[in-house]
Structure formats: structure tokens, C-alpha cells
Design a protein around this ligand. Structure first.
Ligand code: NDP
Ligand code: ZN
Length: 366
């Protein structure tokens, strides 16, 4: 294969959880380019709470001392491997929170490649298809992902607006479609109105649901209603909501990044018979849900979670977004060591309405 692609990429890296919000500009050796891979020159990257969980080591240790996070990437393709069929140099594509999978197992062959046992996370994960290379994310000059994890961006969607759809958008779209997609008049509650949650309100509405926003306080009420919510509940300011909304929801979609003050039993009480409490939100490892089986028996309810979505779902989601004008509300920050640090800090402090997108990559990585 020809190589216009440099052997080293540049990115803003974290060396340790002690300095989790002090990224530094580094160069690092890229992973090998496989025949199924697509190489992208990055335009921008969204900032997900998972980036914060990772650099703070809330879930697992950091795997390298120059870790670049970021998995809401949009860029232009600069090279493709010989076996890439549907993507060509010059295309504008997005990459989300995974970059490859085996392609051969039952899950890969049934549009569930996001659940492949060998799926590789975009950053801080050993890539078993590239000699255990520890993956690097999108606060970087370039990214590499296999074709199955590259999503062409519809022309109508601006790159900065498309970026948060790669992780936040897909992560809420997938469970919405899988859990309430077959219902004619679903009623959905979205808990935690952040990056994922504010997109979940819009996608649930676009899929025909009656939608309620649950936030801890009332400061996001006007935004939630303008994004399509039919009702708003400030859980820490209102008493008795679990009784008021008893038997109401087919789906409670949790999008909260933490689990302090997450009253599982109360949310279960709001479910209709056969309803689901689904947690797309992934709190730090030491914050768990504690619930007795008895809590599910009164309404045949269930508790579940999910990991991102498939490429098929990503393409459907992007088409729906382009057709219906669904957009994240974004705050743009030019990518620099200071800018990336500020975005991580503010995301950690809940000081974001509703997604930071790091921009101006051309300048930072010139
Ligand atoms: P944001 O920080 O943008 O939003 C999270 C929201 O959760 C906040 O706006 C707030 O909502 C609520 N919240 C924050 N802290 C707490 C807390 N300690 N206890 C309860 N609620 C809290 O996060 P994202 O939307 O980027 O991510 C949400 C979660 O989803 C994260 O855990 C992330 O790691 C996870 N995630 C999971 C994926 C998957 O595949 N399952 C993929 C991507 C992300 P409010 O103010 O309305 O209460
Ligand atoms: Zn994410």
C-alpha cells in the first residue's frame, strides 16, 4: 500500500489520572494499517463523559502514559486498505467508540458487531488485530478504524454537529429502536439530560414516542421542553413522582453518568407491565445499582444495558438526523492543551450544554 500516511500521529494525551485534565501535545507511533482499515485526517471530535471516566480511571486503569481519548470523530479519509469496498479517499466519515471486530462470529454477522467478543474500543484498549497495540482516540491528527466502524456522514450534516452522533447519538438510538421501535404509541422517560440524554429526547420524539425528561434539578427544563419533551420532572425538587407516573413508561432510558441518588426502585415503579429500565449511562465501577428480584415482579419489568450500536443503526440514525433536522446542541472549543483540558473539566463538573466539540484540528496539528 502507498503511504501518504505518516508513521507517527499527533494528539493531546493524558499521562496519568493524577493529571487527568492536563493534556499535553504528543507524537506517537500509529497502529499498522490493515487491508480492512480506513485512515482519517480528523476534523473535529466530541467530548464524551466516557473520556472523563477513562482519564480519571473510574472504570479501569489507563493503559499507556500518552493516552489520547475521544470517540466522536469526524474526518476526511486519506487512505483505505485494499479490501475496503464502500469508502474511498476524500469521503467524510465518522468513527465512534469502537474501531474493529472479528467480522466472522454470529454477532458480527447479525448486525450486532458492537457486541463481538473481540470488539476493540477506540482508545485505551489492546487491539488484538494489531498485535495488542493500545488504541488511541480522536483528540488527534488522525484516526484508523476498520470499514465496518466508519460511518459516512450525510451531506446535510455539518461535521461539528455530526461528531456527537458518533457515540452519544448512536448509544441512545440503538436501545430506543430495539426496545420501543415496535410499539405504536410508546411512552419514554429519559433520565439525565446531558450529551446522551438531550439526544435521546430528540430521537425518542422522532420515533413517535411521548417523552418525559427526568433531571435532578430544574435548570434544564426549558431546554428539555424545546427539544421535544412532553413533560419535565426535577427528581430532587419534586416529591411523589414515582406515584404520579406509576404505570406510565414502556421504557425508562437512563443516561446519567453517575449513580449517586439514582432511585432504581422508584424508576421501576413508573414502568408499565413488561417495561424496561435500561441504563445506557455507565457510572464509575464502585457505583452500582442494588435491587431485589421482588422489585420486578409487580409489573414484569426488567433491567438492561447496552453498548453503542451497530453500523446499520448508525446509518439509520444519521439518515433520520438529516431528514428530521435532529442535532446536538454543541459548544465548540478549538483543540489545544488548554482547550481539551477545559472541556474535560467542565464535562466532569456538569458544566456543559450539551456537548463540547473540539475543533480547528488543522491549526493544532499543522
Ligand atoms: P454528560 O456528562 O453529558 O451527562 C450526564 C448527565 O448525568 C448529566 O447531565 C446529569 O444530568 C447526570 N449526572 C451527572 N452526574 C451524576 C451523578 N453523579 N449521579 C446522577 N446523575 C448524574 O454525560 P454523557 O451523556 O456523555 O454520558 C452519560 C453516561 O453514558 C456516561 O456514564 C458515559 O460513560 C455513558 N456512555 C455509555 C455508553 C454505552 O455504550 N453504554 C456510550 C457512551 C457513553 P441531570 O443534570 O439532568 O441530572
Ligand atoms: Zn462516548
Amino acid at each position: 500500500m502507498s503511504s501518504s500516511v505518516p508513521d507517527t500521529f499527533k494528539g493531546f494525551a493524558i499521562s496519568s489520572s493524577k493529571t487527568w485534565n492536563e493534556p499535553k501535545l504528543v507524537s506517537y507511533k500509529r497502529k499498522p494499517i490493515l487491508s480492512t482499515d480506513v485512515v482519517v485526517k480528523n476534523i473535529c471530535c466530541g467530548v464524551c463523559a466516557s473520556d472523563v471516566h477513562t482519564v480519571r480511571e473510574s472504570w479501569a486503569p489507563i493503559q499507556r502514559d500518552d493516552l489520547v481519548v475521544g470517540h466522536e470523530i469526524v474526518g476526511h479519509v486519506v487512505e483505505v486498505g485494499d479490501d475496503v469496498k464502500t469508502i474511498k479517499v476524500g469521503d467524510r466519515i465518522g468513527i465512534g467508540a469502537s474501531t474493529s471486530a472479528c467480522g466472522e462470529c454470529r454477532r458480527c454477522k447479525s448486525d450486532n458487531e458492537n457486541y463481538c467478543a473481540k470488539v476493540v474500543s477506540t482508545y485505551n484498549a489492546p487491539d488484538s488485530f494489531s498485535d495488542g497495540y493500545i488504541t488511541q482516540g480522536g483528540y488527534a491528527s488522525h484516526s484508523i478504524a476498520s470499514e465496518k466502524f466508519c460511518f459516512p456522514i450525510p451531506e446535510k450534516l455539518d461535521s461539528h454537529v455530526a461528531a456527537p452522533l458518533m457515540c452519544a447519538g448512536l448509544t441512545v438510538y440503538s436501545p430506543l429502536v430495539r426496545i420501543i421501535g415496535h410499539l405504536s404509541h410508546p411512552v419514554v422517560a429519559v433520565v439525565g439530560i446531558g450529551g446522551l440524554g438531550h439526544l435521546a429526547l430528540q430521537f425518542a420524539k422522532a420515533l413517535g414516542a411521548e417523552v418525559y425528561a427526568f433531571s435532578r434539578g430544574s435548570s434544564k427544563k426549558a431546554d428539555a421542553l424545546s427539544l421535544g419533551a412532553d413533560g419535565f420532572i426535577a427528581t430532587q425538587e419534586e416529591d411523589g413522582w414515582e406515584e404520579k407516573y406509576q404505570d406510565k413508561f414502556d421504557l425508562v432510558l437512563n443516561c446519567a453518568s453517575g449513580a449517586d441518588d439514582f432511585p432504581v426502585e422508584k424508576y421501576l415503579q413508573t414502568l408499565a407491565v413488561g417495561g424496561t429500565l435500561h441504563s445506557a449511562g455507565l457510572p464509575p465501577s464502585d457505583e452500582t445499582f442494588s435491587v431485589h428480584p421482588m422489585s420486578f415482579l409487580l409489573n414484569f419489568s426488567s433491567l438492561s444495558s447496552s453498548h453503542l450500536g451497530s453500523k446499520k443503526e448508525a446509518l439509520d440514525m444519521l439518515k433520520l438526523s438529516a431528514d428530521k433536522g435532529i442535532k446536538p446542541l454543541i459548544q465548540e472549543i478549538p483543540i489545544t492543551a488548554k482547550g481539551a483540558g477545559e472541556a474535560l473539566t467542565k464535562c466532569d463538573n456538569n458544566d456543559v450544554r450539551y456537548r463540547f466539540v473540539l475543533t480547528d484540528f488543522e491549526k493544532a496539528f499543522a
